[in-house]
Design a protein around this ligand. Sequence first.
Ligand SMILES: Cc1cc2nc3c(=O)[nH]c(=O)nc-3n(C[C@H](O)[C@H](O)[C@H](O)COP(=O)(O)OP(=O)(O)OC[C@H]3O[C@@H](n4cnc5c(N)ncnc54)[C@H](O)[C@@H]3O)c2cc1C
Length: 370
Amino acid sequence: MKLSYWEYKTWLSHIDFTIVGSGIVGLNCALQLRAKYPEAKILVLEKGILPQGASTKNAGFACFGSISEILSDLKTHTEEEVYELVEKRWKGIHLLRENLGDKEIGFKNWGGHEVFTEQQEVLFTECLEQIAATNSFLNPIFKGDAFKVHSNTFDFKKVQEEYITNVFESQIDTGKMMSQLLLRAQSSGVILLNSIEVEHFEDLENHVVVKTNEFEFRTKKLIIATNGFGAALLEEEVKPARAQVLITKPIKNLKIKGTFHLDEGYYYFRNIDNRILFGGGRNLDFKAEETSAFGETPLVQNKLEQLLKELILPDYDFEIAYSWSGIMGVGPQKRPIIKQVSNRVYCGIRMGGMGIAIGSIIGKELADLV
Ligand SMILES: Cc1cc2nc3c(=O)[nH]c(=O)nc-3n(C[C@H](O)[C@H](O)[C@H](O)COP(=O)(O)OP(=O)(O)OC[C@H]3O[C@@H](n4cnc5c(N)ncnc54)[C@H](O)[C@@H]3O)c2cc1C
C-alpha cells in the first residue's frame, strides 16, 4: 500500500524521536521526552496489536529480589552491583507510583514471601542465617529491615514451615499500568502506531533512515526499546527468554494474599481478582525457552498445574482459566544495557525479570541520554 501525501506529512515527516517498542521502557521514554521537549514530534512503533513482549504479559510483582536471589547474585556480581540493582528496583517502583498513581496501577503492599520446598532445607537454613546481614546491607535503601521470618499461614504443603518475607514487596495490576501509560502517551501527543515492525535502520549524517514492514521514513533520533527482541536489530549481548504463565478461574474463599517466590524464583505466584496467577518453569528446559516465539509447552504447563495441586492449592477446588507466555530479555549480567549505539541511535534493553521494577527509571535514563 502506498501512503498518501497527508499520511506522510501528518505522521511520518519531521520526526524528532522514534522509539521502537511500546513496552514499559519505550512508553516511559516517550513520556520523559515529551516532558523535556513539549514541541517535539515523537513516534512510537510497535509490532504487536498491543504491546507484545513482556510488559503486558508479566506477573506484576513490584519486587526487589528475594533473599535467595540476593545471596545468589552476590556470588556472581560484586556487592556494589547487587546493591545498585536493588536500589534501582526500589527507586524504579517509586517513580512508577509517582508517575501514574497507586490507584491507577492497582498498587498493593501485601508483602512478598519466599517459599522453600521440603528438599531445600540447606538453602533455607543458609538464608535464615543471612537475614540480619542482608537487612543491614540493604538498610540504607529501605530505611528499615526488609526481610523477616513469616510462618506458613497460607497452608502451603510440602514446604518449609516458614517463609522469608520482604515486607516492602508489593504487587500491581499490570493491565492497568500499561493502559495508563498508553493513555498518557497518546494524550500527550505522542504518535503510537501498532502492527509496525522495524526491520532495519541506517544511521546517516543528519538523520536515521528507518525501514519497516509497511513504510520507510526518516527520524532525527532512534531509540530501540525492544528488550528480548533486541538481537534482531542490534549487536548486543541479549537473548530472548520465554516465560510461561497460567491463571486459575476465581476460587471461592481464597485466602492467599501477596506475591510468592518458590524454588529460588524459578516459580512465582500471586493472588489477583480471587484467582492465582502462577508462572515459571523455564529451568525445566532452558534451551527450549530461549526463544522469541510465544507459546506454551506441556512440560511447563503440566508442572505448573502439578505444583498448584500439590503445594499451593491442595485445599482448594480450582480450575485453570487459561495460560499465556511472554518474552523477556536476558544476558550474562543482570544489568540492563542502556547506551548510545551510534551517532543518532540509542538502546535500552535486557530488563530480565525486573522490568516492572526498573522500567520507569530506564525510560528516564534513556530520555536523558538522547
Ligand atoms: C511471564 C513474565 C512475568 C514477569 N514478571 C515480572 C514481575 O513480576 N516483575 C517484574 O519487575 N518484571 C517481570 N517480568 C519482566 C518484565 O515484564 C519485563 O522486564 C518488562 O516488561 C520489559 O519491558 P520492555 O519495555 O523493556 O520490553 P517489552 O515489554 O518486551 O517491550 C518491547 C516491545 O517491543 C516490541 N518490538 C520488538 N521488536 C520490534 C520491532 N522490530 N519493531 C517494532 N516493535 C518491536 C515488542 O512487540 C514489545 O511490545 C516478567 C516477564 C514475563 C514474560
